[in-house]
Design a protein around this ligand. Structure first.
Ligand code: FAD
Length: 423
């Protein structure tokens, strides 16, 4: 019997689910809703668009081709504001209601917004959408000066783009080092040296606490150390929360939870995303995948948000498979999501890094040890718990360094194999 599937969100999770359903059930109807006013695109490439490496046309080719090839009904510029969990009906901001046999929530993440005085002034940005990238592009003045608050990966990718326009950068980190989520102190120092060599001033343990308008459309920023600086713009990159059209009560009252984990954490308390079981279902025939979902973290053995592009795609494939095969009466869906491993690959002015799983070892637990090797900017650190590989950091540049970086594939495979053998 022909079924109707509704996918909220046109990111990597949503599109991979749609492709999978279209392949398995060509007769089914698939509708995708996105609140952005254009075709789907890969948001990882936004900083390359800002850098001038990727054109606007190229950015959208991916999504346009998927929609055309898979005969998807694509509704852009439409925001879902509610999901009726019992009847599987979504309600949109424009008043439209749409029902389906299965629904996937793949609404991604929402950047945290600044809340200091003056945070609403023109010139203060987050970067998540193409609209954000266009607004930043408009503000960029070659040879100008910007501040960046938050020293995570999106901030660092944006810094590379801004430097390409000759912009001087002041980077502010609340913590004592940059990239504290993905590097250990030694690797963070390697990254920091690269940044300072490329005219990025790093200010650790310091925050922006106030902004005021200044002449020539500039901003005057005040820091927690009482310093003031004049900038053309501020990028605020302090992390991303899950974006979900479900109300907090829908989630906190859910009794499914991630199959392999302890009870799901309440939404309002943690903002941690939609808890799903190992079929990526939140409720019968209602699925969640990608940055908005709380899935099983293979290395940590608990439910987590793992907001990464490849993992969103993997989860989309699994959710799509289970949506396509959802027998509305009896049998449960059949494809399992065994879990994901957080892994980041990035480059800072020619120095490449890959890190995964536990980047450091917990100091309050026995049974951990690390193996480290350092030679110039080539660094490798492997972290073990009871002789099982639980995480690593690799860095290197040029031909010598690329040998080090290439170890990442086998290491990741080993981590996954060892984690799965414990299940
Ligand atoms: C600048 C940047 C660089 C990045 N670089 C990397 C990288 O190098 N490597 C990496 O692994 N990850 C990177 N990421 C993260 C990666 O982009 C995300 O993990 C990935 O896009 C998540 O995919 P998703 O499908 O879950 O959600 P998203 O890509 O966020 O898509 C969400 C979709 O949901 C829609 N939506 C949201 N709310 C609603 C609503 N209420 N109604 C209707 N539609 C809605 C949106 O319009 C969008 O179509 C980067 C992110 C950014 C912003």
């Amino acid at each position: 019997m022909k079924k109707r599937h509704l996918i909220i969100g046109a990111g990597n999770a949503g599109l991979n689910a749609a492709i999978t359903i279209a392949r398995l059930k060509p007769e089914d109807e698939i509708e995708i809703i996105s609140h952005e006013p254009w075709a789907p695109y890969c948001r990882c490439l936004l900083t390359y668009f800002l850098e001038g490496i990727i054109t606007k046309e190229k950015l959208f080719t991916w999504g346009e081709e998927i929609i055309a090839k898979n005969r998807l009904i694509y509704r852009q510029n439409e925001r879902v504001i509610n999901v009726d969990l019992e009847n599987l009906i979504v309600e949109c901001e424009n008043g439209r209601q749409a029902g389906a046999d299965t629904i996937l929530i793949a609404t991604g993440g929402k950047p945290q917004k600044p809340d200091f005085p003056g945070a609403e002034l023109p010139g203060i940005f987050t970067l998540r959408t193409f609209a954000d990238a266009l607004a930043i592009e408009k503000r960029v003045r070659p040879g100008g000066c910007w501040a960046v608050a938050g020293a995570g990966l999106v901030s660092l990718k944006t810094i590379a783009a801004l430097r390409r326009h000759g912009i001087k950068i002041d980077l502010f980190a609340t913590s004592a080092r940059i990239l504290s989520q993905v590097l250990d102190p030694y690797a963070a120092r390697l990254a920091a040296t690269k940044l300072t060599d490329n005219q990025v001033t790093i200010n650790v343990n310091e925050d922006i606490i106030k902004a005021t308008a200044a002449p020539d459309s500039q901003l005057k920023l005040t820091t927690s150390h009482g310093r003031e600086l004049l900038v053309d713009g501020l990028l605020y990159g302090k992390g991303v929360n899950a974006a979900s059209p479900l109300g907090s009560s829908d989630i906190s009252h859910d009794d499914w939870g991630a199959a392999q984990s302890s009870a799901p954490k309440p939404w309002q308390e943690t903002q941690d995303g939609i808890p799903v079981n190992s079929h990526l279902e939140f409720k019968k025939n209602l699925f969640a995948a990608g940055d908005t979902a709380q899935v099983f973290d293979l290395v940590r053995g608990e439910s987590n948000r793992l907001p990464l592009w490849p993992l969103a795609g993997e989860q989309g494939l699994v959710a799509g498979f289970n949506m396509a095969n959802a027998n509305l009466k009896d049998s449960p869906p059949t494809r399992l999501y065994t879990g994901g491993i957080s892994c980041n690959a990035f480059s800072i002015f020619g120095l490449d890094f890959i890190s995964a799983g536990y980047r450091e070892v917990p100091t309050d637990e026995n049974g951990w040890h690390s193996l480290k090797q350092k030679k110039g900017d080539s660094y490798s650190r492997l972290n073990f718990y009871q002789n099982q590989l639980k995480g690593f950091i690799l860095s290197g540049s040029g031909i010598t360094g690329s040998g080090n970086i290439r170890k990442a594939g086998p290491l990741l495979a080993r981590m996954k194999r060892e984690a799965l053998s414990r299940q």
